[in-house]
Design a protein around this ligand. Structure first.
Ligand SMILES: [Fe+2]
Length: 204
């Protein structure tokens, strides 16, 4: 399982998605930032894996470049749920929603986003409406999703040096779900992803 994840990093990690660094460096930086801030092992794992949807379906990268919503977070969460529990999959599923929340709830947040993150916001639904922010705050994974988002935002630094991927192997092993059950993933995300984000909009 972990070897399968590492193989995806090896094959697709050098690709970019509109930022100044590769996806692998971005995801390693996200995990390193989360770990340096004292995040739980599962939240560090979520940070490391949050953009793995771009690896799973390379079409998502082109979709982002075209200014459309890739829903890469939903694909990532669904795929990861084969192996990890909600402590990993829910923050991953919610990291775009967390951006929409912070754009609505935190003055100045939008302005400090990277150019690519600002550009993708509209396609992702724009800042949350007041009714959405209230619902989002009630999620049991609200705090984890916000923490992951903040690590994500800090992880676009061409100068940041991180530990290698191997550094996180033991941590990933700890977070693997007991009694893993493999299941096939539907190509339609609409129904299954709603299980992760029951309070979110019907776009899933
Ligand atoms: Fe990211």
């Amino acid at each position: 399982m972990i070897d399968e994840i590492f193989a995806l990093f090896e094959r697709f990690g050098s690709k970019r998605y509109g930022e100044d660094i590769s996806l692998e460096r971005h995801m390693l930086q996200s995990a390193a930032v989360a770990q340096s801030q004292g995040a739980s092992d599962c939240l560090v794992a979520a940070a490391l894996l949050h953009d793995i949807g771009y690896f799973l379906d390379p079409a998502t990268q082109a979709i982002v470049r075209e200014g459309r919503n890739s829903e890469h977070e939903a694909l990532a969460a669904l795929w990861l749920s084969q192996y990890f529990g909600e402590d990993v999959t829910c923050p991953v599923a919610l990291h775009v929603e967390a951006k929409r929340y912070l754009c609505a709830a935190e003055p100045g947040y939008f302005e400090q986003l990277s150019e690519a993150s600002r550009a993708s916001l509209t396609a992702q639904g724009g800042p949350m409406a007041a009714t959405e922010t209230a619902g989002f705050e009630k999620s049991p994974y609200f705090a984890a999703a916000i923490a992951l988002r903040r690590a994500d935002d800090l992880a676009k630094d061409p100068a940041m040096v991180t530990p290698p991927l191997e550094h996180f192997r033991a941590l990933l092993a700890v977070c693997l779900r007991n009694g893993m059950v493999r299941f096939s993933i539907s190509t339609s995300l609409s129904a299954p992803i709603s299980a992760f984000i029951p309070f979110t909009k019907s776009k899933f």
